[in-house]
Design a protein around this ligand. Structure first.
Ligand code: GDP
Ligand code: MG
Length: 161
């Protein structure tokens, strides 16, 4: 059956932007403001000859909830529904406790996971070695907003299943 890929990560790293980029439509609402309601979290994705379902798990949580709680809910949903997970981080900021919380839950689950380092507009730039400390393997630099390296990310996610 069709592969299911879930996007997880702490707020504001670019999950919905990546979702929209993969789906190639603006189905998820991208917003900085806490507490914004999402209109869509599931959509069909396609890469080369592969069709899959993509989930923006950020869209299921209420941003007024504590971040720790949002993360737990998102990861639980991803573990229940997905064949593979894309963990998104912000390459322009140092890692946070929330990033480590996401990574730890994913590592414990043994669910196939790929690590995206987003907001890297110049993908030739080397990824900060600190991203290896999440213990999720080779970080993949992407720019969700500018559509850079999304194909490589989807290759890695689909191959991990
Ligand atoms: P989410 O909370 O993880 O769903 O994050 P959003 O997708 O709502 O994005 C949060 C912010 O990061 C928005 O202001 C986006 O425009 C910005 N953003 C997302 N992707 C990129 C990117 O590739 N480069 C840059 N510079 N900003 C990005
Ligand atoms: Mg979002």
């Amino acid at each position: 059956s069709r592969a299911v890929i879930a996007i997880v990560g702490r707020p504001n790293v670019g999950k919905s932007t990546l979702f929209n980029r993969i789906v190639r439509q603006r189905l998820a609402i991208v917003e900085n403001t806490p507490g914004v309601t999402r209109d869509r979290i599931y959509a069909d994705g396609k890469w080369l000859d592969r069709s899959f379902l993509v989930i923006d798990t950020g869209g299921i949580t209420d941003e007024r909830d504590p971040v720790q709680e949002q993360i737990r809910t998102q990861v639980e949903m991803a573990l229940e529904e997905a064949d593979a997970v894309i963990m998104v981080t912000d390459g322009r900021e140092p890692l946070t406790a929330s990033d480590y919380q996401v990574a730890t839950l994913l590592r414990k689950s043994h669910k196939p996971t790929v690590l995206a380092v987003n907001k890297i507009e110049n993908i030739a730039q080397t990824v900060d070695p600190e991203f290896y400390s999440l213990g999720l393997g080779e970080p993949i630099p992407i720019s969700a907003e500018h559509g850079k390296n999304i194909g490589d990310l989807l290759d890695a996610a689909l191959e991990s299943i």
